[in-house]
Design a protein around this ligand. Structure first.
Ligand SMILES: Cc1ncc(COP(=O)(O)O)c(C=O)c1O
Length: 344
């Protein structure tokens, strides 16, 4: 059978073999349910090693669940959450953040995926005014939905701004590993030391079968979160199968190796595309996504061979993503197919 090859999303990648093995290894005998098992205890410890001793991690099923449970835990329905216009919470969660938090989302224009404090400042004029939603949370995505990354200085600036204004800083880290690999810093330096309050930690896109985590860097914010997680339907009974995956990912730097590799494959793709004048790369390639404007007829032809998404129909812009399992041969073959589609 010919292997299906997608450049649509790191969600289309398989499960890393070490993760699969880890699932099989814990599949023996009974274990206490709902997270009171030795594997989950180990996972909690591994999160502390990555993010510092005060970090408290709660495992959940998926990224939307991580974002929605974290945001609803930290807000009240009269609050507002500030994010980028292309943020997953704004664009790709079917309105779940609005439904479950009751909050208004202030989606700010972010042509490079990043929001800046200068854009948030004017929203705070509403603070204390009873007719306006009260801004409570800033949510940034690292790496952004456009594959770019906030520098540690940029995160620190937003965190300081949040603190000065009694706001909470949430980070959607569905691709946190790709961002840390790109910056060449530890997750602790990028998240804990910059002053992020709560993180949605992504595992699925980086080699896991399923599973994300809500990680509180400010322990008092974690108070009662176990009830929020349960009410959010994100408490796994057979938790050991989630924990085993995290234990594989967070051991021996597998998270970093996978992310570095995916990023390197995206760089390779962009390097090769630079030789094709008809393809215009639209965002700096800093992690594992390449955004490019490609002539429409070529997109149609290429789609017959490869699965990927058109990001912006109007601009004829595509998103091509790599993952831990993308090979140099995959990139060679893909670029050859792009060249042929452009030539026909
Ligand atoms: C930035 C971002 N956040 C969160 C998610 C997680 O979403 P899901 O609920 O599909 O796991 C994704 C998945 O594509 C994402 O790209």
């Amino acid at each position: 059978m010919q292997k299906f090859k997608s450049f649509a999303s790191d969600n289309n990648a398989p499960v890393h073999e070490s993760v699969m093995r880890a699932i099989l290894e814990v599949n023996q005998g009974d274990a206490i349910a709902y997270g009171d098992d030795v594997h989950t205890l180990k996972t909690e410890q591994l999160f502390k090693e990555q993010f510092g001793p005060q970090a408290k991690a709660f495992l959940v099923f998926n990224g939307t669940g991580a974002n929605v449970s974290a945001l609803s835990h930290l807000s009240r329905p009269f609050n507002a959450i500030v994010c980028a216009d292309k943020a997953h919470i704004q664009h790709d969660e079917c309105g779940a953040p609005e439904k479950f938090t009751g909050c208004k989302l202030h989606a700010l224009p972010a042509p490079d995926g990043k929001i800046r404090t200068g854009q948030i400042k004017p929203l705070l004029h509403s603070t204390g005014f009873q007719h306006h939603a009260q801004t409570r949370i800033i949510s940034i995505t690292q790496a952004t939905e456009l594959g770019t990354v906030y520098t540690t200085e940029e995160i620190t600036e937003i965190a300081q701004f949040a603190r000065e204004n009694q706001l909470i800083l949430h980070m959607d880290g569905a691709r946190i590993a790709n961002a840390a690999a790109s910056l060449g810093v530890s997750m602790r330096e990028m998240v804990t030391d910059t002053g992020v309050d709560v993180l949605s930690f992504g595992g699925t896109k980086n080699g896991m079968m399923l599973g994300e985590a809500v990680v509180f860097l400010e322990p008092e914010l974690a108070e009662d979160f176990m009830y929020t997680r349960k009410q959010s339907m994100q408490l796994a009974s057979k938790m050991r199968y989630l924990s085993a995956q995290f234990n594989a990912l967070l051991s021996n730097d597998l998270w970093l190796q996978n992310a570095r590799h995916a990023n390197r494959m995206a760089s390779l793709l962009s390097e090769k595309l630079s030789a094709l004048p008809q393809v215009q790369i639209t965002q700096p390639v800093q992690t594992n996504g390449v955004f490019a404007i490609v002539p429409k007829p070529a997109i149609e032809k290429l789609k017959r061979k490869y699965f990927f998404y058109v990001w912006d129909e109007g601009r004829s812009e595509v998103r091509w993503m790599t993952a831990f399992n993308t090979t140099e041969e995959d990139i060679e073959a893909f670029v050859k197919a792009i060249r042929e589609a452009l030539e026909d």
